[in-house]
Design a protein around this ligand. Structure first.
Ligand SMILES: Nc1ncnc2c1ncn2[C@@H]1O[C@H](COP(=O)(O)OP(=O)(O)O)[C@@H](O)[C@H]1O
Ligand SMILES: [Mg+2]
Length: 233
């Protein structure tokens, strides 16, 4: 059984088919990379899965239940949580306050889980630091930590490695692998193909809103359509 299934999903903005008839399945406990040139529809696809946009056509299933058109809050409560391409941490709040803000209520707070997540992000001892005083890379890790507070089954990361240092990229790679070890499923959009080739089990390639290839990184990187899409960028 697939964890997430998209069937012929389409979303247009004016005349632009940002996502065009995309079908795909994500198996549980897999790290799936979503790649493609700028403007190929990756973020729109994530917005559709997470309920920020409603598809014009097609259906989305999570654990075989139809979630098409549900609000982001309901989708998050079912176990799909995403981060944003541009970080959305609250810069004036502390690390801990940012992570608490992910919860529906304070009674959901689990201090052991909080400490574990803090350690996974390498932010131990920084729980009372104001987020705006963290490095940009640490802010991106914090955003992932905040998503993890909801204990999602499917974590969707939109360009987590963009603008961060090689050291933090290594921490990020390890974090994502550790999450897989904990049974999570991860869908990652990333421009940095080193990250994709290092951590992804499978890769889906979009171009002009359409899925043009799917397979292992080695397979898609030899695909003629993929090479043409990247050279034509
Ligand atoms: N909210 C929006 N309004 C209008 N056009 C949009 C909107 N979001 C995305 N688009 C357009 O849809 C296409 C895909 O964008 P996007 O999903 O952001 O691509 P990617 O994340 O792959 O760079 C682009 O042509 C973009 O301009
Ligand atoms: Mg994008």
């Amino acid at each position: 059984m697939s964890l997430l299934k998209l069937v012929n999903v389409t979303k247009s903005f004016g005349g632009v088919k940002a996502v065009n008839n995309v079908s795909l399945e994500v198996q549980p406990n897999v790290i799936l990379g979503l790649i493609g040139p700028n403007g190929s529809g990756k973020t729109t696809l994530v917005n559709l899965i997470s309920g920020f946009y409603k598809p014009d056509a097609g259906d989305i299933f999570f654990r075989d239940e139809r979630i098409t058109g549900l609000k982001p809050y309901h989708i998050a409560n079912r176990g799909i949580v995403r981060t944003f391409q541009l970080t959305r941490v609250f810069k004036q709040l502390t690390v801990m306050q940012n992570m608490m803000a992910a919860l529906n209520s304070h009674s959901d707070f689990d201090s052991r889980k909080f400490s574990e997540i803090l350690a996974m992000m390498g932010l131990e001892g920084k729980e009372h630091v104001v987020a705006g005083n963290l490095s940009y890379g640490e802010q991106k890790l914090l955003e992932i930590g905040r998503a993890l507070m909801k204990d999602p089954d499917l974590l969707i990361l939109d360009e987590p490695a963009s603008g961060i240092s090689p050291t933090i990229i290594e921490r990020l790679n390890k974090l994502i692998r550790d999450l897989k070890g904990l049974g999570k499923t991860i869908l990652i959009i990333e421009h940095n193909l080193n990250v994709i080739s290092t951590i992804c089990d499978r890769v889906v390639v979009l171009n002009y809103g359409e899925k043009i290839a799917e397979g292992t990184f080695e397979e898609v990187s030899m695909d003629r359509k993929v090479i043409a899409a990247y050279i034509g960028e």
